[in-house]
Ligand binder design. Structure first.
Ligand code: SF4
Ligand code: FES
Length: 582
């Protein structure tokens, strides 16, 4: 394999790779602003420059300086066998310092109030390559704050004109809302009058902006980024399987960011995935179990509500009407498994249905040329219809929701699961279950939560782990980010509890966070979980152990031990600052 030597380190490369790409892949640090692997390379910022030598075949392959020893951009110089690139040469370092000084001339010194502080490469590189003081004595150019779209503000005097944002709207979303207006130190990024940047991928430009010029209105002044922890997740709102980071602190979500997966979402996510999480902390969350007594809804303990649910299903069985279980496509595969097992344990003839799978129009494709394939926004607005169907079919059959609606009135009891991020109940559904005893497992208040015989509050995607199967049949795990809100439980835990009680066992009281792998405590921070609340439960809902059990019990589910892709975990960043107790 050909090799290029970068800063004295010999690196293998594949033909067509730029020197900066080889360096990034080998963990060799080269400062960079305008370069991004998902965009074209204009070599605009000039900070990645290095000195180059290459073997000259007309001189016994002796190394000779390229371009007469002039500095060349590593982001547009293709690696060649035997090439030697030095980004630590005296000349290259002098250039880095000059570029930093130039970029900082008009940049405001407002890191203390800038959302980007802590993840700003201008801040990082000015520590590494900048001067300790400014030689600039004139007045800085002050730019306006602009409202660019529904989700994006621009603080224009922080812009370093890397043009990543403009190239994104030209090349990836192909919507072209952004442009460079004027020239020289008057240059500014802007939208065309009356044409805000509101495309379905718009907020990726906030991620791309290497400084705090483009800001997410939703995250503005919400949290210092160094307090945030990241948990690996999978798009919980559509069938894309896109990889995400769920960022949170002290038991609260703050933002969702893309997690690079070159097979699926590449570097991007849609705004619908980015901002869909608000229901997690909604005031309309179902907070505790309830049950009907003499036609009136009353608060219930988990154990009392479980017992009433089991009695209801047994009564339906004894009456000959039987029961139905509707498993939402928002639940994880492991949860579908425990709920189906519980329902079949209480009544072996319980019919199994897949919940409604919302579809909004058709898939939308965006060019994404550097990835060599389009980025696709999925029309199917549920993450796991295929996974739930796979698990229910292994339990002996899975019918569609339309079939359920047609038969709903015949059942003596219906267990209905929801967990949709927005209101999902139709009049047809409310009418269909009007004459049956309804056991509702859901996250938000709804027309049916007042009518249900038993209501069990479920947990959202952020409060549990599990596996989703995307529209291409790729099985991927996601991890629990925050503790369960209020008294809610993962539907997978509810299934395990019902199995235990239906088998004549008992539940033990545990703190809700007990056993959960929620890493949310760092020195100087407040623990997220409230361990003073005790909730009864059976064995702990443990998705890896359940996947093994699923494979052991059903040959059709063996894929859950062989095909599941496990979400990566991020190494915690060690602070170089000493923490002191205050
Ligand atoms: S707004 Fe940000 S991404 Fe756009 S050109 Fe300026 S610095 Fe680059
Ligand atoms: S990263 Fe190479 S010129 Fe900007």
């Amino acid at each position: 394999m050909p090799t290029v030597t970068i800063n004295g380190i010999e690196c293998e490369f594949t033909k067509g790779e730029m020197v900066i790409e080889v360096a990034n892949r080998h963990g060799i640090h080269i400062p960079q602003y305008c370069y991004h692997p998902g965009l074209s390379r204009p070599a605009q910022c000039r900070i990645c420059l290095g000195t180059f030598e290459a073997p000259n075949p007309r001189n016994d392959n002796k190394l000779e300086p390229m371009m007469g020893g002039k500095l060349l951009p590593t982001c547009t110089t293709e690696a060649a066998d035997g090439m030697v690139a030095t980004i630590e040469s005296e000349k290259a370092i002098a250039n880095q310092k000059a570029v930093m000084e130039f970029l900082l001339i008009n940049h405001p010194l407002d890191c203390a109030v800038c959302d980007q502080a802590g993840e700003c490469t201008l801040q990082d590189f000015s520590y590494k390559y900048g001067r300790g003081h400014s030689r600039f004595t004139d007045t800085k150019v002050v730019g306006p704050k602009k409202n660019l779209g529904d989700h994006i503000y621009m603080y224009s005097d922080r812009c370093i004109m890397c043009t990543r944002c403009v190239r994104f709207t030209e090349e990836v979303s192909a919507t072209k809302e952004l442009m460079i207006d004027s020239r020289g130190d008057k240059s500014t990024i802007d939208i065309f009058p009356g044409e805000p940047i509101n495309n379905e991928l718009a907020s990726n430009v906030v991620d791309l902006c290497p400084v705090g010029s483009l800001l997410d209105k939703d995250f503005l002044f919400a949290q210092r980024v160094w307090f945030l922890k990241r948990t690996a997740g999978i798009d919980p709102f559509t069938s894309s399987g896109d990889n995400i980071w769920v960022e949170h602190n002290q038991g609260r979500l703050y933002r969702i960011k893309p997690r690079v997966n070159m097979e699926l979402n590449t570097w991007w996510i849609t705004d619908e995935v980015r901002y869909g999480w608000k229901f997690v902390h909604s005031d309309d969350r179902l907070t505790a179990p309830t049950r009907k007594e003499h036609g009136v809804t009353v608060d219930a303990t988990w154990t009392r509500a479980y017992r009433q649910a089991i009695e209801t299903i047994r009564a339906a069985k004894d009456s000959g009407a039987g029961a139905a279980l509707v498993v939402s496509p928002n639940l994880a595969c492991e949860e579908a498994y425990t709920l189906a097992k519980a329902a079949r344990m209480i009544d072996a003839n319980t019919k199994l249905f897949l919940g409604p799978v919302p579809v909004d129009g058709q898939d939308t494709e965006f060019p994404n040329p550097q990835a060599g394939k389009p980025f696709i926004m999925r029309a199917e607005k549920a993450p796991n219809a295929r996974g739930v169907r796979r698990v229910l079919e292994a339990h002996g059959g899975c019918e569609d929701f339309d079939a359920f609606l047609a038969q709903a009135g015949d059942f003596g009891a219906v267990v209905l699961t929801g967990n949709y991020p927005s209101p999902w109940m139709t009049d047809a559904l409310v009418d269909a279950v009007a004459s049956t005893k309804l056991i509702l497992i859901d996250t938000m208040r709804s027309p049916l939560s007042d009518k249900a015989h038993v209501v069990l509050p479920g947990s959202t995607f952020a409060e549990k782990a599990g596996t989703f199967e995307n529209r291409d049949g790729i099985l991927q795990t996601f991890e629990q980010a925050i503790p369960n809100q209020h008294e809610s439980k993962p539907e997978g835990q509810i299934g395990l509890d019902l199995i235990e009680l239906a088998g004549g066992g008992t539940l033990e009281e545990h703190a809700p966070g007990f056993g959960a792998q929620v890493v949310d405590e760092q020195p100087g921070q407040v623990p997220a979980s409230d361990d003073s609340i005790l909730l009864p439960r059976a064995e702990f809902y443990d998705p890896p152990a359940l996947r093994q059990r699923m494979a052991d019990e059903h040959t059709d589910l063996a894929v859950f031990t062989t095909e599941v892709r496990t979400a990566g975990t991020e190494e915690p960043v060690e602070s170089d600052m000493e923490m002191v107790e205050l």
